[in-house]
Design a protein around this ligand. Structure first.
Ligand code: UDP
Length: 244
């Protein structure tokens, strides 16, 4: 597939609908496909850590989440069609899954969040089958039990919402043991489905200002957000050195 190499991370040049179609097609596959939606902070993390870059590049689908990544792709003369955020892809995918026999498992968030998200998703997408839920706070030694729980639910589609880079690492380490056919790392999406976190209003999303809205809502993000200007500068100075 057509990709743009942003600081060593090979991002698919794909929009929301096509990404959802592709993931839906994975559900009839033989193994668990890995889908990540990196923003500039995650791409910077991969730029600084080769092992993490390898995890990102091993994905079956890597979409551009965040205005920084969209702008970087344009700067490198390989634009992406649009921002393809994890939450938006998840919504499209739930729409399609609701009309099928496939079921979905929701993994992540604080205790109670995945259950609340499940009940809101059932209201919003009639016909959807939620095979199970599990909160995202666990000790590493509990992972085999979590994998068994997900497998015995029979879900084909798995949302892993542990925040980045935890969810990407978890999916990468466990994909070989999962019987689900697609695992998506979709960050805080369960909080949005559950209604515990509000998504930025359309105005902010349309003008590439979602980061600003989140900063106003969660000032603790300020430190994390210094990654955005660092990312922009690094792409400007070094971006063209990566082979396209
Ligand atoms: N989270 C989790 N387990 C953890 C850490 C975080 O389930 O060990 C959840 C957290 O409750 C939240 C989600 O991961 O629902 C995303 O967190 P955050 O907003 O920090 O990540 P982002 O979406 O910005 O990557």
């Amino acid at each position: 597939m057509d990709k743009v190499n942003i600081l060593g991370i090979k991002v698919d040049r794909i929009g929301i609908n096509d990404a959802a179609d592709k993931i839906f097609s994975f559900l009839s596959g033989e193994r668990c496909a890995k889908i990540f939606t990196p923003n500039s902070e995650i791409i910077m993390a991969g730029y600084k850590d080769k092992a993490f870059a390898d995890i990102l590049n091993s994905a079956d689908l890597l979409t551009a989440d965040g205005i920084g990544v969209v702008k970087a792709a344009s700067l490198l003369k390989k634009p992406v069609p649009e921002r393809a955020a994890g939450y938006d892809i998840a919504c499209k995918l739930l729409e399609k899954t609701a009309k099928s026999d496939y079921s979905v498992f929701l993994f992540g968030g604080k205790p109670g969040v995945a259950e609340k998200a499940a009940s809101e998703i059932c209201k919003k997408y009639p016909g959807i089958k939620i095979a199970g839920t599990r909160n995202g706070y666990f000790k590493p030694e509990e992972t085999p039990d979590i994998v068994s729980e997900i497998n015995s639910s029979g879900a084909e589609l798995l949302f892993v919402c542990l925040g980045a880079p935890k969810q990407e690492k978890w999916i990468h380490e466990n994909a070989g043991k999962l019987t689900a056919k697609a695992a998506l790392g979709v960050g805080g999406s369960l909080d949005v489905f559950a209604g515990t976190v509000q998504r930025a209003p359309d105005f902010y999303c349309k003008h590439g200002l979602e980061w600003f809205y989140r900063l106003m809502k969660e000032p603790r993000r300020a430190v994390r957000m210094t990654a955005l200007p660092k990312f922009a500068l690094t792409v400007l100075l070094r971006g063209r050195k990566f082979e396209q």
